[in-house]
Structures are given as structure tokens and as C-alpha cells.
Design a protein around this ligand. Structure first.
Ligand code: FES
Length: 219
């Protein structure tokens, strides 16, 4: 892969031609908020809408996880428009996520905490109504638990469960506010084909999927 030179926030960096801008920025130590992107995925889901940037010559902000690096491109990760879009996307996510940081297994490693810290945003839903799903925690599986009240529908678990394990135990069901990550026919995890490999837990950025006991982990 040939190298190209681009500028991000005035800093000249090199990147692999054709790679996605999000990874080029992160690899060069420049933070862009992101939640749904998976580096190995062929097609970005681009569902969280957190990774907006401005690119010289583009009329509107674009998502860095879908934008391909090209020689000479000039990128800004911050502007009034970008900050407004990121803030709105972040608030929408918070309106669907039960904040329980102190007791959350992802505390201090949570993508929402990192975004709040990096962008100086409140880790609190103050503006929008709560859209937190009134669904029970699934503790049926011996290794893995799932709290739908924390799920932000980024889809990372669905993709790794399908692409890495080939099992496709997890998927999206329903539409609109009812949309959720679940198993076939909403069966408890213990009654699904889940082998407990833990790929979904590792992929979950917010602690919706978690290992019940660290010692019980396989792999
Ligand atoms: S990381 Fe780009 S839209 Fe989610």
C-alpha cells in the first residue's frame, strides 16, 4: 500500500492510500470520536454519526469512518458544525443508555466516557427524553450477560458475532424506538447457539455485553 501525505488540524501526517480517514487519524495520535467502526470490517456501518470531520473542498462535514484517505487532503476534526453534530449524536446515544458507570464492567474503558472526556461533553442526558428500553438483563448464559438498557445499537457485537465467529447469534430486531440487539426469537442467550467466545463482549464499547466472571472467560 503506498503512502500519502495529508494534513489533519494543520499537522502533516502520512497514511496508507485508500485507508479510512478515521484509522489514519487515530494511528497518528489524533482523536476523532467513534463508536460503531470496526477496522477489519469491509464496509463501515456509519451508524453512530460521531466521527464527523470537515474536509477542504467538501460543502458539508463527512464521517471519517467512511472517507478514504487521498494525497493532499486537508482535514479539520473540530469546527462549529462538527462540534454541533457530534454533540447531538452523543446526546442521542446517552438518551438510550442507562448510566451506571460506578458499577459498570466497562467503567474507565467505556467509549462514551472517552468521548465525553475528549470533547468536554457532559456524561449526562439533560436535553432529550429518555429512550432507555424497559427490557430485563439477560443473565441466563454462564459466561456472558447482556443489559439491553445499556445498548447503544452500534452493531459492533452483531458484526463480530457474524463475521468473526460465523455463528450470527446476535442480530437486530424491530424498528424505530423498538430496535434492539437480540437473539433469534428473543431467546435468552443460554438458549441460543452462543458458545461464550466473548468476541461480542470485547467488541461492545459501552458495557452492554459483559463477562459475568473474569475467571470464567474462554479463549
Ligand atoms: S464511527 Fe463513523 S459513524 Fe460511527
Amino acid at each position: 500500500m503506498s503512502k500519502v501525505t495529508i494534513t489533519i488540524d494543520g499537522k502533516t501526517v502520512t497514511a496508507n492510500e485508500g485507508e479510512k480517514l478515521l484509522w489514519a487519524a487515530l494511528d497518528n495520535g489524533i482523536y476523532i470520536p467513534h463508536l460503531c467502526a470496526i477496522r477489519e470490517a469491509h464496509e463501515p456501518a456509519a451508524s453512530c454519526r460521531l466521527c464527523f470531520v470537515e474536509i477542504e473542498g467538501h460543502a458539508r462535514p463527512v464521517t471519517a469512518c467512511t472517507e478514504t484517505v487521498r494525497e493532499g487532503m486537508a482535514v479539520r476534526t473540530r469546527s462549529l458544525r462538527v462540534d454541533r453534530l457530534v454533540k447531538t449524536a452523543f446526546e442521542l446515544l446517552l438518551s438510550t443508555h442507562r448510566l451506571d458507570c460506578a458499577r459498570c464492567p466497562k467503567n474507565r474503558a467505556c467509549a462514551l466516557q472517552q468521548i465525553a472526556r475528549e470533547r468536554k461533553l457532559k456524561l449526562k442526558n439533560t436535553r432529550l427524553p429518555d429512550f432507555i428500553k424497559n427490557l430485563p438483563v439477560d443473565e441466563s448464559h454462564p459466561l456472558i450477560g447482556y443489559d439491553p438498557k445499556k445498548c447503544v445499537l452500534c452493531g459492533r457485537c452483531v458484526r463480530v458475532c457474524r463475521d468473526c465467529t460465523g455463528l450470527g447469534v446476535l442480530g437486530f430486531a424491530y424498528r424505530g424506538f423498538e430496535r434492539r440487539v437480540t437473539t433469534f426469537e428473543n431467546a435468552p442467550l443460554a438458549e441460543s447457539r452462543c458458545t461464550g467466545c466473548g468476541e461480542c463482549v470485547n467488541a461492545c464499547p459501552v458495557g452492554a455485553l459483559y463477562f459475568k466472571k473474569a475467571a470464567a472467560r474462554c479463549g
